[in-house]
Design a protein around this ligand. Structure first.
Ligand code: UDP
Length: 384
């Protein structure tokens, strides 16, 4: 008898791979240790306010990848939502990412684009030719004042370490704009699934051939019972942390409710040390097409992830890379297991990239099956 495929984790990686393989005729079993699907994208309506809550913190869908946009739109209607983040620092409110309004307000100027660009270039530290750290990157491109007002303290709160210890790649997520565009994301498509992310993931998994086991941990010792295992859990947990724990940041949310409009926007960042939290999110503003009298907010605190916590952000400092390399080396030796997603490859991934890689992974598997080739442990190299 043909063995089933096992998929560990019912987030985007697991759901997309499961669907693609089930559609190709495989019997797929998904093992999810939590009582719900959708991983950290899980959303649920709050009984008291009626607001759709992003239980593990805000998730905004944005992408430039046509096939991913087309894919998610097959399973949910996407409603218009544009993320426009406000930032509080030194007792003033600004717009992020840093744009012409931020620059003009911050410096009390009326610059046009070219003037602002020239001005910022004069503030940037040109002696930093090849920025390696987060701090280098900031000092090089925005200069000391903007760096200290918007990035330095927020980053210490978010990552628990100095920007000199973090890679420049983290700051490269944020653009600097010399116009008044304050859309946080530069992608062609952006929006929110009408009925939340959990509904979207449920629809992706809704196809004959998939069996879902909630509240069920998968024991790697049982891998031989399956034709192949796709594992989207933490790579170090698969190996029982034999090389030590890969470090993550986790988040704590202080939930509070009110009536009316609490802050007038979905996301407000607290960039200085006047508050210990990084941001407040007001969830009803993530669904601007809905109307609610009451409102629900999250104050977001970041801290080091301990054994019992939910991992969020892989830290990936240079020293973690060697530890990761050791896990990748042993993982490559695992027959019939493929490591996928944010936790399986220990990378800071957006949802669209996760879905795109899951589609690639399923394609690769079907191609290998056809050619009788060995499915690799990684379709995407975690060390690249
Ligand atoms: N960041 C910052 N100030 C802000 C927003 C972001 O210093 O107001 C830095 C911070 O280090 C953060 C990184 O930029 O981790 C990337 O920000 P992004 O908004 O992409 O983080 P996410 O929403 O994924 O947590």
């Amino acid at each position: 008898m043909q063995k089933n495929i096992a998929i560990v984790g019912a987030g985007f990686s697991g759901a997309v791979i499961a669907r693609q393989l089930a559609e190709a005729g495989y019997q797929v079993e998904i093992f999810e240790s939590r009582p719900h699907i959708a991983g950290n994208c899980h959303s649920e309506r709050d009984a008291e306010t009626g607001v759709m809550v992003h239980i593990y913190g805000p998730h905004i869908f944005h992408t430039d990848i046509e096939r991913v946009w087309e894919y998610v739109n097959r399973y949910s209607r996407f409603m218009p939502y544009v993320n426009r983040v406000k930032a509080i620092t030194n007792n003033s409110v600004y717009t992020l990412p840093i744009n012409l309004l931020t620059i003009n307000q911050f410096f009390g100027k009326t610059f046009r684009p070219a003037e602002a660009q020239e001005f910022l270039a004069s503030l940037g530290d040109k002696s930093i030719e090849n920025p390696v750290t987060f701090e280098d990157q900031a000092l090089r491109f925005v200069g000391k004042e903007l760096y200290e007002a918007f990035f330095k303290t927020y980053t210490v709160k978010q990552w628990g370490m100095q920007p000199t210890e973090l890679p420049a790649s983290i700051l490269k997520r944020l653009p600097v704009r010399f116009n008044y565009d304050d859309n946080y994301f530069a992608h062609k498509y952006q929006g929110m699934p009408e009925n939340g992310y959990t509904d979207l993931v449920e629809k992706i998994m809704d196809v004959p051939g998939i069996t879902l086991h909630l509240n069920t941990k998968f024991d790697p010792a049982n891998k031989g019972d399956y034709a192949h295992v796709f594992y989207s859990g933490p790579i170090d947990a698969w190996f029982k942390h034999s090389e030590g724990r890969l470090p993550y940041r986790t988040l704590d949310f202080e939930v509070f409710r009110d009536t009316g409009d609490y802050q007038g926007n979905a996301v407000i960042n607290y960039c200085d040390d006047s508050q210990p939290y990084t941001r407040i999110t007001e969830h009803k503003h993530f669904s601007p097409w809905e109307k609610h009298e009451k409102t629900l907010m999250y104050k977001e605190y970041s801290r080091q992830c301990e054994e019992k916590d939910i991992p969020y952000y892989p830290i990936r400092q240079a020293r973690d890379k060697q530890q990761l390399e050791r896990y990748v080396t042993v993982a490559r030796e695992e027959p019939n297991v493929t490591f996928v997603g944010r936790l399986g490859t220990y990378r800071y991934l957006d949802m669209d990239v996760t879905i795109n890689e899951a589609l690639d992974t399923a394609d690769k598997f079907l191609e290998c099956a056809k050619g009788n080739e060995r499915m690799p442990a990684f379709v995407i190299d975690p060390l690249a």
